[in-house]
Design a protein around this ligand. Structure first.
Ligand SMILES: Nc1ncnc2c1ncn2[C@@H]1O[C@H](COP(=O)(O)OP(=O)(O)OP(=O)(O)O)[C@@H](O)[C@H]1O
Ligand SMILES: O=c1ccn([C@@H]2O[C@H](COP(=O)(O)O)[C@@H](O)[C@H]2O)c(=O)[nH]1
Length: 239
């Protein structure tokens, strides 16, 4: 163990969209390799790591590609996309010697274990990374909500959202260059200001269960380790 972590068990939400890297679709090899390296660093600190991965690099139920489709059907396609990302993540972790298990909220026994809370907790205690695939298993939700939900179920100390921006801003920094970043913000303020970095269902769930949330950049090298070490990184969202 190299450094004393601030958290013993984390739920890490990895952006699906970020997996594209500089590509316009799918999984960029260099990007996923960098992501798993960062995960390995915190596993080596002795932190128990559970992961929820998004699917925006492959399919989103509300995307133009889904226009005209029945929303629930499109959402199931989105959940299947997260299963593909979960398998790719497991494979990349394996390549660097990190043992992981994929548990899917949609049953597909030839591909992944079903989600079983007790089993997931056991894997975490054994030092294995647990990757939760297929979101919540229900349409009309997102993987952000799945991250909040699974984080609570497994008794995580914090939910970490690793995304394309380096924190929560006063407005979307991708479209508003004048937006400024919060070092910390309450859930109530983030919800009241309709800050769209995380969906409102996920924010509300975290607030009600007093689960802290950290938002930081997935592209900033070492950021995950800094957050886990308790350093000032990204934005802390709290009660
Ligand atoms: N107030 C805000 N502060 C920060 N980012 C914001 C804000 N409002 C909107 N955003 C946007 O939210 C995005 C992150 O949320 P989103 O859920 O779309 O992505 P993700 O979780 O990284 O991807 P995926 O859903 O594929 O896993 C950022 O890339 C940013 O452009
Ligand atoms: O619980 C869930 C999680 C996800 N979906 C669908 O999958 C896509 C991809 O997830 P992102 O969170 O956007 O990365 C999402 O847009 C939904 O269509 C779902 O239905 N239920």
């Amino acid at each position: 163990m190299s450094q004393t972590p601030a958290y013993q068990r984390i739920l890490l939400k990895l952006s699906g969209e970020a997996l594209m890297g500089s590509d316009s679709y799918g999984i960029n090899r260099a990007t996923i390799e960098q992501m798993v390296k960062e995960v390995k660093d915190v596993v080596e600190m002795g932190v128990q790591v559970a992961v929820v991965i998004g699917g925006g690099n492959i399919f989103r139920g509300v995307a133009p590609a889904a226009a005209g489709m029945d929303r629930a059907t499109a959402d199931y396609m989105g959940m299947l996309a997260t299963v593909m990302n979960a398998l790719a993540l497991q494979d990349a972790l394996k390549h660097i010697g990190v043992v992981s298990r994929v548990q899917s909220a949609l049953t597909m026994q030839q591909v992944a274990e079903p989600y079983i809370r007790g089993k997931a907790m056991r894997y975490l205690e054994e030092g294995k990374v647990v990757i939760f695939a297929a979101g919540t298993g229900n349409p009309f939700f997102t993987t952000d909500t799945a991250a909040a939900l699974r984080g609570m179920e497994i008794g995580a100390d914090i939910v970490l959202k690793a995304t394309k921006v380096d924190g929560v801003y006063t407005d979307d920094p991708k479209t508003n260059p004048d937006a400024t970043r919060y070092e910390s913000i309450t859930f109530d303020e983030a919800i009241a200001k309709n800050l769209k970095v995380m969906d409102a269902t996920a924010l509300t769930l975290c607030r009600d269960q007093k689960m802290p949330l950290s938002v930081f950049s997935i592209f900033k090298q070492g950021a995950l380790k800094r957050v886990v070490s308790g350093a000032n990184e990204g934005t802390l969202v709290h009660v």
